[in-house]
Design a binder for this molecule. Structure first.
Ligand SMILES: Cc1cc2nc3c(=O)[nH]c(=O)nc-3n(C[C@H](O)[C@H](O)[C@H](O)COP(=O)(O)O)c2cc1C
Ligand code: SF4
Length: 679
């Protein structure tokens, strides 16, 4: 008997048996094409099925009606064109033994109005939706009838498409939970007022869906266990909703989550990241499970199989959502079954996936570059036909990934690192107050490269002589970058964010943090400085702080900056820094009027990305066969690089990550995977 048994036991819902208790819950992947799940979408979910997941719910919010626009390239279930795509999709997932369902929704007022068909958003009431800044039209009786019917028709299409079930969306501040919530519903008719009345619309939807699909089909509901906002639904309300819906007999499972998407901080809490404890909302699922007699699903920051197994074994829920956990490793369940728990690449909660999704872009995982790109990037690396010698210079995320992939392909790999440990810039980033878990990314990579037999040489700079002494077939320069402070006069007076984060420079009393990048670095540094007692002004030329950070992390950074009393000044460029005795005089310029203001501070900390550390690349380039060239078309198509510019050259040479240009962790890992998979 293993401690994972409870997780690996099947679950039966009506006539459907799900092979284990692990599910990937619905999420907006951004992979839809013209309202249908095309090849990319299907391959992405098929990979999880191959990897052993019990159930995958796709279609993070597939629309049942035309006035619920799929702004995130979502699926449209409002007409029959989708049915053949569902059939193919279902066959594909079933072929690997997993079950597949789709989430159905009407998004109601949670949308702007300037989308595809320029429809007015509809909602229970006219109330302003703060995140999308929309004012909904209060739904009339015929709107309600139409949407209820549309849910039923959409569910029937799912059944005809061979999907194993549907999940009705009553979470994330979509139309059904808009009706439930006093924050969105101010009606005075039979759909508003008492909780009983506010539940009516969703009950009509459920009744219609069941009527359309019949008794032998699985119908679930995703709902919140607590809106966690003043004036919103409290846990008692949610238990009452769950019990009322379960009592209808029309429902087969409830997936419980928490929070609303009311504003940025609530949105961040709704899908918690590395700032939050593990499984923070488990008790809400347990509270509902205690009151209903249908299976409860729950997933919110369940990242490891140990916790997942406990969730089921201790009876908090019957199935565990491990959604981002599957972005990070779609083969999680198979690795568990095979006793390879250490090989699971665990989600670290960086929320980069979410940040992209929240700003209308397709999801990627910060650390697993193959996710969502299955047609060109493999999750399981095939052995190469011939064993080569691959030398990698630099053991940051790009170098570690290049070494991992090369070694998994069966090559001899030597990994040089000038510093005393692997991890590169991630070691700096993980020094920030709430982002320590980033250290999980290099920790896993380091463990893998050692397991795969990579010759890791720490505290050994990769000089040209050392590299050439290995007689390599391929050299990967992953030497990263050095921090830059910017383009203002007096840059010599500025301290780098790395110096603060790594403790080489002590925080002074009055600090001006100048952010000309707009990503995490400067905000993390300001938070560290303020936490250690500095009075911080955060100055940026952008129209808002952290312009490059998506909503989920933005919400947490802004909360921290505000909580710590950091003053934020936007639209303002740092023009000049002068030393005046013990103090630094900063001249700031309004980016529009060019009016100048001065600040007297004790320290200027500035962020301007990194400058490539590329001496090794330039030293090796004349000796290489390709002279470092990469063909971008082959790169994008996932084909091997084959440039020959110097036939006498002894090896192929590639640069990856910040050694090319200042970017981020995902970009670095992506560079390495798409090159090294073909070595
Ligand atoms: C990028 C992204 C998009 C999401 N979109 C949806 C969605 O459309 N519908 C939904 O019900 N949940 C959505 N979710 C929430 C997930 O279903 C899940 O509740 C959440 O990620 C917490 O589970 P996890 O910690 O296992 O990832 C999304 C999550 C992510 C990360
Ligand atoms: S981006 Fe971060 S939160 Fe998202 S799946 Fe990857 S590790 Fe997890």
């Amino acid at each position: 008997m293993s401690r994972y048994d409870a997780l690996l036991k099947p679950l039966t819902l009506r006539k459907l048996t799900i092979r284990n208790r692990v599910l990937s819950t619905a999420h907006a992947s951004g992979f839809g094409q013209d309202g249908v799940p095309g090849e990319r979408y299907q391959l992405y979910h098929e990979e999880k099925a191959k990897g052993g997941v019990g159930l995958t719910i796709f279609g993070g919010s597939s629309a049942v009606a035309i006035d619920s626009p799929g702004y995130m390239r979502q699926i449209y279930v409002g007409d029959d064109a989708v049915v053949p795509h569902f059939r193919r999709f279902a066959d594909r997932v079933h072929a690997h033994g997993a079950a597949i369902m789709v989430q159905l929704t009407h998004i109601g007022r949670k949308i702007g109005w300037d989308h595809t068909h320029w429809f007015w958003p509809i909602g229970p009431s006219r109330r302003h939706e703060p995140l999308h800044r929309s004012f909904a039209k209060e739904m009339e009786d015929w709107d309600i009838r139409r949407v209820v019917k549309a849910f039923g028709q959409a569910a029937l299409r799912c059944k005809k498409g061979g999907l194993d079930g549907v999940q009705i969306m009553g979470a994330g501040t979509h139309l059904i939970d808009q009706f439930w919530s006093p924050l969105a519903n101010a009606r005075s008719d039979k759909y508003g007022g008492s909780l009983e009345n506010r539940m009516r619309f969703g009950l009509e939807v459920l009744e219609e869906v069941r009527a359309q699909v019949g008794e032998d089909y699985v119908v679930g509901l995703k709902m919140i266990g607590d809106e966690m906002i003043e004036g919103g639904l409290v846990p008692e309300d949610c238990v009452a909703i769950a019990t009322t819906y379960a009592k209808t007999g029309a429902l087969d499972f409830i997936d419980v989550v928490a929070g609303t998407a009311f504003n940025l901080i609530h949105r961040a809490r709704h899908i918690p990241g590395m700032w939050a404890p593990i499984a923070p909302y488990l008790q809400l699922a347990g509270a509902i499970k205690a009151e209903v007699d249908i299976p409860i699903f729950h997933g919110s920051r369940v990242l490891d199989v140990e916790t997942a197994a406990r969730v089921v074994a201790e009876g908090h829920a019957d199935m565990v959502g491990m959604t981002r956990a599957h972005f990070a490793d779609p083969h999680l369940v198979n690795k568990l079954r095979e006793g390879r728990v250490d090989d699971i690449r665990q989600c670290v909660g960086a929320s980069y996936c979410n940040d992209r999704s929240s700003t209308g872009r397709e999801i990627v995982c910060i650390q697993n570059a193959a996710t969502g790109k299955e047609s060109v990037l493999p999750h399981v690396l095939p052995k190469a036909s011939a064993r080569k010698c691959v030398v990698v210079a630099g053991a940051g995320p790009a170098g570690l990934e290049a070494a991992r992939v090369s070694a998994a392909r069966g090559h001899k790999v030597i990994l040089f690192e000038a510093g005393p440990r692997t991890g590169g810039q991630l070691n700096v980033a993980a020094r920030a107050t709430w982002r320590e878990a980033l250290s999980g990314i290099p920790r896993w990579l380091d463990g893998q490269v050692r397991k795969l037999g990579v010759d890791v040489r720490l505290s050994t700079e990769a000089t040209a002589e050392r590299v050439l002494a290995e007689a390599p077939d391929v050299v990967v320069v992953a030497t990263g970058g050095v921090p830059a402070v910017g383009c203002f006069e007096g840059i010599e007076h500025a301290t780098t964010t790395w110096d603060i984060l790594e403790g080489r420079a002590a925080p002074a009393e009055r600090v001006l943090v100048y952010d000309d990048l707009g990503d995490h670095q400067a905000a993390s540094t300001a938070e560290v400085l303020a936490t250690r007692g500095a009075r911080v002004e955060f100055v940026t030329p952008d129209r808002m702080a952290l312009q490059k950070v998506g909503y989920n992390n933005l919400g947490i950074h802004m909360k921290e900056l505000h909580r710590l009393g950091v003053v934020i000044t936007s639209d303002t460029r740092l023009h000049r820094v002068e030393r005046q005795g013990n103090r630094l005089l900063c001249v700031l310029r309004d980016d529009y009027t060019e009016a100048e203001e001065e600040r007297e501070v004790d320290q200027v900390v500035a962020e301007y990305g990194t400058k490539p550390r590329d001496e090794l690349y330039w030293a090796l380039r004349p000796l290489s066969r390709n002279l470092g060239e990469v063909d971008p078309d082959r790169f994008a198509a996932g084909q091997p690089q084959n440039a020959v510019n110097n036939p006498a050259g002894r090896f192929m040479l590639f640069r990856v990550g910040d050694a090319i240009a200042s970017r981020n962790v995902h970009a670095a890992i992506h560079d390495s995977l798409r090159l090294a998979k073909d070595f």
